[in-house]
Design a binder for this molecule. Sequence first.
Ligand code: AMP
Length: 400
Amino acid sequence: MKVLVINSGSSSIKFQLLDMADESVLASGLVERIGEPEGLIKCELRPDTDGEEVIKIQEKVPDHEHGMRKAVELLSDKDKGVITDRADIGAVGHRVVHGGEEFHQPTLITDEVLAAILKTVPLAPLHNPANLDGIMVARELFPEAPQVAVFDTAFHQSIPPHAYHYALPYEMYEKHRVRRYGFHGTSHMFVARECARLMGKKPEELNIITVHLGNGCSMTAVKNGKSIDTTLGLTPLEGLVMGTRSGDVDPAIYAFLARNCDMDIDAIDNMLNKESGLKGLCGLNDMRDIHEAIEKGDEKAKLALDVQTYRNRKYIGAYMAALGRVDAIVFTAGIGENDDIVREKSVEGLEAFGIVIDKEVNAQRVKKPLLLSSKDSAVQIWGIPTNEELAIARQAVEIV
Ligand code: AMP
């Protein structure tokens, strides 16, 4: 079965066409800078074969609907395209960022499901409308294919009440569903299962801390295959230090800045989400640029690296306490897979807890799963590339 996967972010769309007979990738693409003066559309056709073809187009992409249509146009191109007949597509899998409390697993999209996703928009105003646009266009262009929603929050629906409640007046939860939801669930679930497979165990036999460090960052405590706590909260802002997002701050910062710095809620929200994190501390939000700046003696860049890796270490400690016994720690996503310095500093000083990294092995980039811990480490440390698209496609096939 051929499955098209649509993974929309607030200003981008990743798309992939997979042949699920052997899980090969027939096409993989990205629409970037949606809504900006100049957008960029990249598409690799047949990346798993020698006949690979790369198409790059620079043009304005006003909105997600336009981006989706453009992506399908490229995939169906008369000469180079990989979709010859749209009826060949057996399913379309959509990443939906927020599923609220309603969705615990991947779900076949019906009109009722669409209405329920619409209700979650206030919880993810940047992401869920983009996901809904993708679904509407895909329904129109692939009317015969079942559409499946795979929720970023679903894996975390197993988190128990003592971990998902904030200590706020209870009616905030009852009336407004204010609680921890968690995100990056597809990625945490994928790498936790991969880790179990690599260790030759069932997911239910292991306790794992999964560390997703990309532009967005989060950590999850996975006990016997299930998420029992995670760092992102009601929205994707809490917890670890991210590219432009602050992670944990004192919530009284809103009152402080409003009273003392003449900032309103929108300005503070914008600052915490778009001007903070690594970028806030040193002006750079890409870890590659931060290392370059550190080499040149930039003290703020060094501080940004130290703040991020200290926070990682602190949460690893917290999740060791939450899990009781830890069998493995897994690093994944852009920074987690590529940055040996961040990995090393994130577990530095934890040797007394049985966490010992092999510095030589760790010096590599993780292109395929790699055991990074030394032989005498009680806790295994892994680098495992995440593959959200494959995880979404597998779940879409299961549902269909
Ligand atoms: P993601 O959101 O998973 O695509 O990760 C994107 C982030 O990964 C970028 O903003 C960079 O900070 C980081 N990244 C990507 N490649 C590298 C690399 N080779 N070394 C260090 N960091 C990297």
